[in-house]
Ligand binder design. Structure first.
Ligand SMILES: [Fe+2]
Ligand SMILES: [Fe+2]
Length: 316
């Protein structure tokens, strides 16, 4: 049996869409004028908080080597959001079709959402260029945005909206709970995620509205198939993380600051620690947050919830 969750009435939804437009207009920012402001990253800047990078198992590395790994993870973090936003923007344009000749407030909110995601992708491309100026050559971001988007957009809209909602809640939780609080992080890197978070706050509300609207159209059988799609999407994200953790570990090994040789066990620990950190950043820290859990369990049965939990438990 499906858990009961009230679908917002059209009038309530319109008020929430309108509030997103209002907030989006109020906090609207520009990449050069507000975020980058002609700044560059420093050669030793820290990019991410320790709570996200999870490098504690690597106590055999020097502080300089751990800082280098932190910068690699930060560079990948910016690239990863740029990658995910390719399919997020495309899906929002697609679902906006249902408002074309209907709720014009909802349509405007989704058009602004898509416009903001295009801007965010440009911001993350600029951050990649700035990171390349202060890090050794050879870094490779493996996943290709259009290939990933084609795979994701081939799944049901319900599953894509669930994944999108999760990702956009993640951007808020990471910023509010760890990036904002870390006084050691590069001021430029922190600003990137401060300004990103400001616009993502509206996106997360719109994801909820569109996900619930989509859910109301599904039969129990369609929803059950959509749960399988969501599990396939999470497995797809994990496959990307495995590739990138491997590439980032190899980049570290080829460019690490200290000349000392690592033994095979230490190299293996670095690879495992990188993958565990990426799984935490992009899968578990989102799946475990209260708001996402509340929304998801409101739409699915306990048995479907268990299927998702079992799939997540396999990614440790
Ligand atoms: Fe974004
Ligand atoms: Fe977004």
């Amino acid at each position: 049996m499906q858990a009961a969750q009230a679908v917002p009435s059209p009038a309530t939804s319109t008020i929430r869409y309108a509030r997103c437009i209002e907030n989006s207009k109020r906090i609207r920012w520009d990449i050069d004028r507000d975020v980058i402001r002609q700044r560059e990253f420093g050669a030793a800047d820290k990019f991410l908080p320790d709570g996200l990078t999870r490098l504690e198992p690597l106590d055999f590395l020097s502080p300089g080597e751990r800082r280098f790994l932190n910068r690699i993870q930060g560079r990948t973090y910016a690239n990863m959001f740029g990658l995910l936003e390719r399919f997020v923007g495309a899906k929002m344009l697609e679902v906006s079709r249902e408002h074309w000749l209907g709720d014009q407030v909802a349509l405007e909110a989704l058009v602004r959402f898509t416009d903001e995601e295009l801007k965010h992708q440009e911001l993350f491309r600029r951050i990649e260029v700035l990171a390349s100026h202060c890090m050794p050559a050879g870094y490779l971001f493996v996943p290709e945005p259009n290939t990933v988007a084609q795979f994701v957009l081939g799944k049901s809209t319900w599953a894509v909206l669930a994944l999108t909602c999760d990702i956009e809640l993640v951007t808020q939780v990471h910023y509010r709970e760890s990036i904002a609080a870390d006084a050691e992080i590069s001021a430029l890197f922190k600003d990137v995620f401060l300004f990103h978070w400001k616009e993502e706050s509206q996106h997360a509300v719109l994801d909820e509205l569109e996900w619930q609207r989509e859910d109301a159209k599904l039969t129990p059988e369609e929803r059950d198939a959509a749960v399988d799609d969501l599990i396939a999407l999470v497995a797809g994200v994990d496959a990307l993380l495995q590739l990138q953790a491997e590439a980032d570990s190899a980049y570290f090994m080829a460019n690490k600051p200290q000349a000392g040789v690592l033994d095979a066990g230490e190299v293996e620990t670095i690879r495992k620690t990188m993958l565990a950190a990426y799984r935490w950043q992009y899968i578990h820290s989102g799946a475990g947050q209260a708001r996402f859990g509340e929304l998801l369990t409101g739409l699915i049965t306990p048995a479907q919830g268990q299927r998702i939990q079992d799939a997540l438990a396999g990614l440790q």
